[in-house]
Every structure is written in structure tokens, then in C-alpha cells.
Design a protein around this ligand. Structure first.
Ligand SMILES: NC(=O)C1=CN([C@@H]2O[C@H](COP(=O)(O)OP(=O)(O)OC[C@H]3O[C@@H](n4cnc5c(N)ncnc54)[C@H](O)[C@@H]3O)[C@@H](O)[C@H]2O)C=CC1
Ligand SMILES: O=C(CO)COP(=O)(O)O
Length: 335
């Protein structure tokens, strides 16, 4: 039987472990401590997912690091911790450098502006065997068996096919791509646009305004992606428009909820506290602006989200600035 490791007993990590098991694999779920291992074993998953036990007998829960014994039989590992904890988690996990490793995180490194596969490369993992998983994938829906699709990007399509088979279970369908950069960037950048969409919902704007933010947001995500070498098709796919739609419209999205709370006048710190879970877009906004400045690309919506998070202006002021921009031709980046 193939065996895979999952790093992180997060909502997404537990969901991925359950999917791998349902697809017929053995799984080693690597957690931070014996205490955490005990809690996850006792709950059969995570209490905050609200489902009851979801992990069966083929998911083995162990504290990091991976033992040599467990490492020997592995076909790959998925890393499902938030981007700010990604580097430390990979270092603690002790995954063999030759192992195919896929990032399931949707964020950029705050210090280095790197994508998570770049963090893996810097830690010595083989660029030909690292990849990214993304798409409209709210863990709370997937763990309940609701249908969803994702995209896994690896430099080598054969490797991608192996991951597709390993992860596709029940109503979860995985597509393959070779645009690792695009899939990673799209997954990270959409969280920032979802904060803006949440702010629009929070101000009482309607579906028209949210759709406008999503469309112009997708244009700026694509502009930056193309400037950095991504493929336009990726932004029109599951990791781009697909995830953007799920995140901007679902009340389950923490990035959208964060925007709603900012619109209600909460400080960013209070909004994060109130949500009590990861809000990736709050970290990604300033990093995307740095990448955009270096690439000579303009990201008007992202700039306003970063300004609100930085305490430079309120949500209504940011919305007025966006509405007051010079009228322009509708340009959609193509290549
Ligand atoms: N929750 C979801 O529906 C989805 C999340 N993602 C991505 O997956 C990543 C993880 O997000 P969630 O599963 O939502 O996280 P989460 O919000 O369930 O858990 C985040 C928290 O997990 C804890 N944690 C657990 N194991 C950790 C470890 N090994 N190292 C550091 N912190 C650890 C930390 O306290 C952290 O604050 C993020 O990058 C997110 O964007 C991607 C797709 C779906
Ligand atoms: O990425 C996600 C869904 O695909 C999760 O969105 P939130 O982090 O906004 O909850």
C-alpha cells in the first residue's frame, strides 16, 4: 500500500489525511507534540471541524520528526501548515530531501517574499519533486464529503498523476498542472482579494460590487502572475477564479470574514483574534505589494487592503479611493 505523510494537524492537514486514507493509502500525520498527537487520536481528527471522528486506523498520528523507519516507505509528503509556520514545520518534520513534497499552504513568506516551494528548495528539497496543491477547497465542506475539485502542480506531469491518484477520493477530484508558480501565486493572492470582497459585504454592498472586486482582483492577480512567469490559464482555472469565487462568496472563508470585521470597524488584530484561526491574506497583502513593486506591476485592490491592515486608512476610505480611480479601458491580461 502507498504511504504518505501529512505535516500539520490543521483543518486542511486533517482533511488531507482523511482524503488520502479514503483513497486507499496509509498516512502518517506529523504533529507538534505528544500532547497534540494524543488530542488528535482521541478526537479522531479535530474538534473544531465539528464532524466527530474522521480519521480511520490507517492514519498514524506521530509527533515530529519522522522516524527513519516511517520515512523508508513513503511516496510523498503534503505540508499543510500556514505559510508563517511553514519553514519551521518542514525543518521539524525531518522529511527526506529526496521525497516528493507538496505545499498545501496558500501564502507567501513574510521575510523573503518566497513561495512555499521556494522555501522547500532553500531547505534542500529537489525542485523537480516539489509541487503545490490549491483550488476552491474549504476544509469544512470537503471533510463532510461534499464535492470539490483541486489542482496539483508539479514540474513533472507523471509525478502529478501519482498525486492525483493518491488524493482523489469520493467526491474530491484532483486535476494536474505543471504551472507550480502560477498555482501557488493564485492561491496566495486570492486571499487578499477575498478580504476586499469581505469588506464590501461588510459595508452592505451587493453582489454587483463583490463581482467587480473579484473581476478586477483576478486581473491584478493575473498581471502579477504573468510578470513573474506564471501561465494565464492557471488564473482562469481552479487555483485562480475557482478559489477566488469560493473564498469571496462563502461565509466559511476566514479571509472574507476578516474583511467583514474590518468593515465593521474592528482593528486587524481584534479581527484576527475574533476569528481565532489563520487569516493568510493579512500576511500576503504586504508581500504581494513588494513582489509587484519589484516586477513593476500595479495592484490597486491589494494596495488598499494592505493600507487598511497597516492602519493607514479605514475600509470606507479605501473603497472611496478604489471608486475614484481614473476611468480606464478594461484590460484583461492575456499573456
Ligand atoms: N482551512 C481550509 O479550508 C484550507 C486551508 N488551506 C491552507 O492550509 C494552510 C493551513 O490552514 P488551516 O488548515 O486552515 O489551518 P488552521 O487555521 O486549522 O490551523 C492553523 C493553526 O494551526 C496550528 N498548527 C498546527 N500544526 C502546526 C504546525 N505543525 N506548525 C505550526 N502551526 C501549527 C497553529 O496554531 C496555527 O495557528 C493555510 O496556508 C491555508 O491557507 C488550504 C485549503 C483549505
Ligand atoms: O483557501 C481556502 C478555501 O479554498 C480557505 O479559505 P479561508 O482561509 O479564507 O478560510
Amino acid at each position: 500500500m502507498p504511504a504518505y505523510a501529512v505535516v500539520g494537524a490543521t483543518s486542511w492537514g486533517v482533511t488531507l489525511a482523511a482524503l488520502l486514507e479514503r483513497a486507499g493509502n496509509d498516512v502518517i500525520l506529523l504533529v507538534r507534540s505528544e500532547l497534540e498527537a494524543h488530542a488528535v487520536r482521541a478526537a479522531g481528527g479535530l474538534e473544531r471541524l465539528g464532524t466527530g471522528p474522521v480519521l480511520g486506523p490507517r492514519v498514524h498520528i506521530h509527533p515530529m520528526p519522522l522516524t527513519a523507519n516511517h520515512a523508508a516507505g513513503l511516496s510523498g509528503a503534503l505540508v499543510a501548515v500556514p505559510s508563517h509556520a511553514f519553514r519551521a514545520a518542514v525543518q521539524a518534520a525531518g522529511l527526506p530531501r529526496s521525497l516528493p513534497v507538496v505545499s498545501a499552504a496558500k501564502g507567501l513568506d513574510l521575510e523573503t517574499s518566497s513561495r512555499m516551494t521556494e522555501v522547500l528548495h532553500a531547505l534542500g528539497y529537489d525542485p523537480d519533486r516539489t509541487g503545490a496543491l490549491s483550488g476552491p477547497n474549504l476544509a469544512h465542506e470537503i471533510i463532510r464529503g461534499l464535492p470539490a475539485a483541486a489542482v496539483i502542480a508539479t514540474p513533472d506531469l507523471e509525478l502529478g498523476r501519482a498525486w492525483q491518484t493518491a488524493l482523489s477520493a469520493g467526491a474530491f477530484r484532483v486535476y494536474a498542472s505543471t504551472d507550480v508558480l502560477g498555482v501557488e501565486l493564485a492561491g496566495a493572492l486570492k486571499n487578499v482579494i477575498a478580504i476586499a470582497a469581505g469588506a464590501a459585504w461588510g459595508l452592505g454592498f451587493g453582489a454587483n460590487a463583490v463581482a467587480a472586486i473579484m473581476t478586477r482582483g483576478l486581473a491584478e492577480m493575473t498581471r502579477l502572475g504573468l510578470a513573474l512567469g506564471a501561465e494565464v490559464a492557471t488564473f482562469n482555472g481552479l487555483a485562480g477564479v475557482g478559489d477566488l469565487a469560493a473564498t469571496c462568496f462563502s461565509p466559511l472563508s476566514r479571509n472574507r470574514r476578516f474583511g467583514e470585521l474590518l468593515a465593521a470597524g474592528r482593528t486587524p488584530a481584534d479581527a484576527v483574534d475574533e476569528i481565532g484561526e489563520t487569516v493568510e491574506g493579512a500576511h500576503t497583502a504586504p508581500v504581494s505589494l513588494r513582489l509587484a513593486a519589484a516586477a513593476g506591476v500595479e495592484l490597486p485592490i491589494t494596495a488598499e487592503v494592505a493600507a487598511v491592515i497597516g492602519g493607514e486608512r479605514t475600509v470606507p476610505e479605501a473603497m472611496l479611493r478604489l471608486l475614484g480611480r481614473p476611468l480606464a479601458r478594461e484590460e484583461l491580461p492575456r499573456r
